[in-house]
Design a protein around this ligand. Structure first.
Ligand SMILES: O=C([O-])CC(=O)C(=O)O
Ligand SMILES: [Mg+2]
Length: 389
């Protein structure tokens, strides 16, 4: 039986909205949608793997079309196969993507590769006829846990949004079954953010916990001023206070903030993750790591990141990835992560869960769909099918 990648297609799609965090607005936000088309047929249909690049970084059509897709298509098909010859080997595809690439400088290249890598893993799990989370658990000698913690991210700055609207948004998440919600800080003066936080805490009461996200906006002085304000509240976490690469700032902050902190969504390689763990003063008993495989060279690289964490005494259960996509849900269910982000009202149709999946007590249960499970989300699959089927 031949297994061959016959095409790699990309289209750049808008995921724009008028929201704003402390650093950027999303009025021009895009994502790359990728299809890896194979010559394998399963259940009477050609196997096509799909991927997209999460959110927060723009679509990478140029890099994908000009550099990365041609490398895969020009490779000897046999060089991309696993030992049995009956499936693709994601690590071999990854090495092919990264041929003639120097180390370091993990800019947007990691997004382009992460997007294709997602589509490759989707194809590999479909060819194996299994949900990706089950395939991953088997490969790692683990037992899968399809029940995954998810939290609701939102609370953005939005033109005309007052405290009433913010409270209503958060109440809506609780009504939909979430018990942890997240809001933005750092896009308004500290006193105003304090009012916003207090309004949300009043709304959610004992029904849920609140996380706050500064999106890397603060210098050390401001990060500390916020830490002193935030530590008065029982927050779920204080996220990305300073520049993602300022490990000294992150380390200094621990002295002022005894509660849980979270960061990592803007670190795009296992080497950067290792530097955070080495120098960022993160505490494995309470802090959270948010590396998003779609932005950071994909699942092949994410597995290396998990190895780095293990070496440094961190459990995968301290990872709750950024991005709210089904790829990280599969990794969480298969490899024992602590959960996944979700954006109930944003970045549709890319984020979210297969149709019919409900949040209960802050958890979802993964259905047994082959691959990543995109076919189970009809609005998303409609976009994917239009690219290749
Ligand atoms: O606003 C964003 O870029 C998204 C973000 O930080 C998050 O989901 O944690
Ligand atoms: Mg964030």
């Amino acid at each position: 039986m031949s297994v061959r990648i016959v095409d790699v297609r990309e289209v750049t799609k808008p995921i724009s909205s008028p929201i704003r965090n402390a650093y950027i607005d999303f009025t021009k936000m895009t994502t790359s949608l990728v299809a890896v088309v194979t010559d394998v047929v399963r259940d009477g249909r050609r196997v096509v793997g799909y991927g997209f690049n999460s959110n927060g970084r723009y679509g990478q059509g140029g890099l994908i079309r000009e550099r990365f897709a041609p490398r895969v298509l020009e490779a000897d098909p046999k060089s991309l196969l696993d030992a049995s010859g009956a499936n693709l080997d994601p690590d071999k595809v990854w090495s092919t993507l990264m041929s003639n690439e120097k180390p370091g400088g993990h800019g947007e290249r990691s997004v382009a590769v992460g997007t294709i890598d997602m589509a490759v893993w989707d194809a590999v799990a479909k060819i194996a006829g299994k949900p990706l989370f089950r395939l991953l658990a088997e490969r790692h000698g683990l037992s899968a846990n399809p029940r995954v913690f998810v939290y609701a991210a939102g609370g953005y700055y939005y033109p005309g949004k007052d405290l009433g609207a913010l409270r209503k948004e958060m109440r809506g998440y609780l009504d939909r079954g979430y018990n942890v919600v997240k809001m933005k800080i750092g896009g308004a003066p500290l006193a105003e953010d304090r009012e916003r936080i207090e309004a949300v805490l009043k709304e959610i009461g004992r029904d849920a916990q609140l996380a706050v996200d500064a999106n890397g906006r603060f210098d050390l002085e401001t990060a500390i001023a916020y830490a002193k304000m935030l530590r008065e509240y029982p927050l779920f976490w204080y996220e990305e206070a300073g520049d993602p690469l300022d490990y000294a700032l992150q380390a200094a902050l621990a002295e002022f903030y005894p509660g849980p902190m979270a960061t990592g969504e803007n670190l795009f390689s296992h080497q950067d993750a290792r530097n955070l763990i080495r120098y960022g003063g993160m505490r494995p008993d309470r802090d959270w790591l948010q590396f998003d495989c779609a932005l950071s060279y994909g699942l092949c690289e994410y597995q290396r990141t998990l190895e780095v964490l293990k070496t440094h005494g961190w459990s995968p259960s301290r990872c709750i990835p950024h991005g709210g996509h089904q790829m990280s849900l599969n990794i969480a269910a298969g490899l024992g992560l602590g959960g996944n982000e979700s954006y109930p009202d944003l970045f549709q149709p890319y984020g979210g869960f297969p149709d019919g999946v409900r949040v209960e007590n802050g958890h979802i249960v993964m259905p047994d769909l082959p691959g990543i499970g995109f076919e189970g989300k009809s609005d998303l699959y409609a976009e994917m099918k239009a690219l290749a089927a």
